[in-house]
Design a protein around this ligand. Structure first.
Ligand code: UGA
Length: 436
């Protein structure tokens, strides 16, 4: 099928390449010419495992193209809208300016029968508003939210857990649902649940999913606060809770909490929209989820200060991690960097290392020192703080190896990802978050 993907960021670039890989004829469109030229050269403009291979395959097959001209979207049966919806400056709501700009510039190229399929995370009601905007072109607006995780984006796009197709009532809606079923034919045939809903439900599914995930993480981090006061161990607690299949162990990873370009801004936008709809009391808990999450960063800093005897001024601190999570170079609202910046603000001599994100971090926070080399960061450190659980730190770094490089054997495990017994046995003072 011929299709366009409008917006080639973390979501759109992967979607475009994935759609070409399952046999569609895809044009990816973005206003950023640098991004388009990099994608056209088969180079992913950000770190995402498997994306480069998929891009190169798609370009070589002749089924994948990129362009900065919206006119090249004309003639596509379906137009996927994959632009960003960041947090609005000075408020909690989502900023829809990129969504509106994309739809406005697509309008002259829409034909009767075309489907405009929104993938961006939007406040409920957006699809209906956009439908009114495009009504006179004869195109149909549907909402097809995306649930991919950065770092697993290619896998999640090609083999999703579920596909949600929010469509309007009536015959146009039904044929749009059939068209989406065709788009995702390989996954549908493999048994992936395909849920057809109304527009508002599809928009809500996405916000609700991220709200639930954020709540799960903050729940375990709230338990970490209690465990700490009670002398218990939150990691063992999470294991024990996780064996209950109704609860499950995933997303019960305690530590410095969630960040990134999605969960933090999405729970805020979700709450802001619910409040607009007069349902403030239904989302009060999300403000708590947010507050618990932000307290974790402060807590990590306090642990470092206490571990160094109350003063970090002048201390050399190795911060292992800058990305908001492993397998990503994304530093948007990264808890890891936030901890590093706060320590720097207290006068510590902070050196940040990360296998993928130091360049992005240095561009935005030049006040920190960076190195890609883990061992260089560890050399002569007075304390080691693990804030992104890359395999390079969690799995490959032994306490003996690290111990030979540092000046003091003090480790603060901001992701509760180390074997505390092994580190202690090697002579380290180990501080977890809510761990004994
Ligand atoms: C999240 C959702 O998981 C995706 O389903 C969704 O499509 C995406 O947002 C989006 O809205 O686009 P992502 O932001 O890539 O995906 O990252 P996650 O893997 O969910 O991690 C988010 C944050 O939570 C990270 O900072 C991670 O370190 C933290 N986290 C995750 C924890 O602190 N504990 C956990 O147990 C899991």
């Amino acid at each position: 099928m011929r299709m366009s993907v409008i917006g080639c960021g973390y979501l759109g670039a992967v979607h475009a390449a994935a759609m070409a890989s399952i046999g569609h004829d895809v044009i990816g469109i973005d206003v950023d010419e640098r991004k388009i030229s990099s994608l056209s050269d088969g180079v992913a403009p950000f770190f995402e495992p498997q994306l480069t291979e998929l891009l190169q395959e798609g370009l070589a097959s002749g089924r994948l193209h990129f362009s900065a001209r919206m006119a090249d979207a004309a003639g596509s049966a379906v137009h996927f809208l994959a632009v960003g919806t960041p947090q609005v400056a000075g408020g909690q709501a989502a900023d829809l300016r990129f969504v509106d700009a994309a739809v406005d510039s697509l309008l002259p190229h829409l034909r009767p029968g075309d489907v405009l399929a929104g993938k961006s995370t939007v406040p409920v009601g957006t699809a209906t508003r956009l439908a009114a905007k495009v009504a006179e072109t004869g195109a149909t607006v549907v909402w097809n939210p995306e649930f991919l995780r950065e770092g697993w984006a290619v896998h999640d796009t090609i083999s999703p857990d579920r596909i949600v197709a929010g469509v309007p009532d009536g015959a146009d809606g039904e044929s749009a649902a059939d068209l989406l079923r065709e788009v995702y034919r390989p996954a549908v045939d493999a048994g992936t649940p395909f849920l057809v809903t109304d527009l508002a439900t599809a928009e809500l599914v996405k916000g609700a999913a991220n709200a639930f995930l954020a709540t799960k993480i903050s729940f375990i981090n709230a338990m970490a606060e209690i465990a700490e006061a009670a002398g218990a161990d939150v990691a063992l607690l999470a294991d024990a809770l996780g064996h209950d299949t109704r609860i499950g162990r995933r997303y019960l990873g305690s530590g410095i909490g969630f960040g990134g370009g999605c969960l933090p801004k999405d729970i805020r936008a979700f709450a802001a929209r619910a409040e607009e709809l007069g349902r403030r009391e239904a989302v009060g808990f999300l403000h708590e989820v947010d507050a618990i999450n932000l307290r974790r960063r402060e807590r990590a800093v306090r642990l470092v200060v206490d571990a160094l005897g109350g003063l970090v001024f002048g201390a050399r601190i190795a911060v292992l991690g800058a990305a908001f999570k492993p397998f990503s170079d994304d530093i948007r609202d990264s808890p890891a960097l936030d901890v590093a910046i706060r320590l720097r603000g207290l006068g510590a001599d902070v050196i940040v290392t990360d296998p993928a994100a130091t360049e992005n971090a240095a561009a935005v926070h030049p006040q920190l020192s960076y190195t890609r080399e883990r061992d260089e960061a560890l050399r002569d450190a007075d304390a080691v703080v693990i804030v992104t659980e890359w395999d390079e730190y969690r799995r490959d770094l032994t306490p003996e190896h690290a111990g030979a490089l540092v000046s003091k054997r003090i480790v603060i495990d901001g992701r509760n990802c180390l074997d505390s017994a092994a580190w202690r046995a090697a002579g380290w003072t180990y501080h977890g978050m809510g761990r004994r």
